[in-house]
Design a protein around this ligand. Structure first.
Ligand SMILES: *Cc1c(COP(=O)(O)O)cnc(C)c1O
Length: 235
């Protein structure tokens, strides 16, 4: 199947899920997760009208952005950000979904200042599962991070993001989405977000329908648009 056909199916799924939840489909941003896929595939996607891409490795994204162009699309970092990659991330991404510590926030703030980046859009990745292997900030550490970010001139807090444990049955993931939404709603009441409402980045190929029912405003969809990924070579 071609990207154009898969993309159309994804748009129908988004619309159907939104309608089920009584939501306007246009309030849901589709982030096409292009990790591991070659530049030509992304260019093909752009020709099909896709204009937001998600990458999880900084260096891979840097190479793609250099070739395709910063202004051809919006680039979102959806993978863990190591501190030694922070500068490249600030230079190459429009939105960082994976802010998960005060230390990283401090670094992004300082680098944004140095790079004359007026505002860097960030989402906080929350670790709701409480699994030690997952990245993301623990709920109990969230107030401290929010307090810190409110003092950062260059960081624009857009919302919250979650990578739940992989559960094949999307209904089993629903409680995680609900929990993140509850957290977001609470923070809206505290005026935590730059745009008032607060984005919810949640849902992947197999469960984004459920995520939309639970309020997702950004869905991160790879396989359903691009097909199965090749396994990465190690190293
Ligand atoms: C790879 C990835 C996705 C997309 O996963 P698919 O199942 O291919 O849709 C979404 N979010 C993150 C953080 C990812 O790393």
């Amino acid at each position: 199947m071609e990207i154009s056909d898969r993309y159309k199916k994804v748009l129908v799924r988004i619309e159907t899920a939104a309608n089920r939840a009584g939501r306007d489909p246009s309030e849901i941003k589709l982030i096409a997760v292009s990790k591991t896929h070659p530049i030509a595939t992304i260019e093909n996607a752009i020709d099909n009208g896709i204009n937001i891409f998600g990458e999880n490795r900084v260096q891979e994204a840097v190479d793609k952005v250099a070739s395709i162009g910063r202004e051809k699309a919006e680039w979102h970092l959806i993978g863990h950000l190591q501190k030694n990659k922070a500068r490249k991330a600030v230079q190459n991404f429009d939105v960082i979904h994976t802010l998960d510590s005060q230390k990283l926030a401090g670094r992004l703030e300082r680098i944004s200042e140095e790079e004359r980046r007026e505002k860097l859009s960030v989402l906080i990745q929350v670790d709701i599962a409480g699994e030690e292997s997952k990245s993301g900030i623990k709920e109990e550490d969230l107030p401290g991070l929010l307090d810190f970010i409110s003092g950062c001139k260059h960081l624009k807090l857009e919302g919250l993001m979650i990578i739940p444990p992989y559960l094949p049955d999307p209904e089993k993931v629903r409680p995680y989405f609900k929990r993140l939404r509850g957290l977001r709603d609470k923070l809206v009441g505290q005026n935590a977000f730059a745009n008032g409402a607060g984005e919810l980045s949640m849902g992947m190929s197999h469960d984004f329908d459920v995520a939309i029912e639970e309020g997702a405003t950004m869905v991160r969809v790879g396989t359903a648009i691009f097909g199965e990924r090749q396994k990465r070579k190690r190293g």
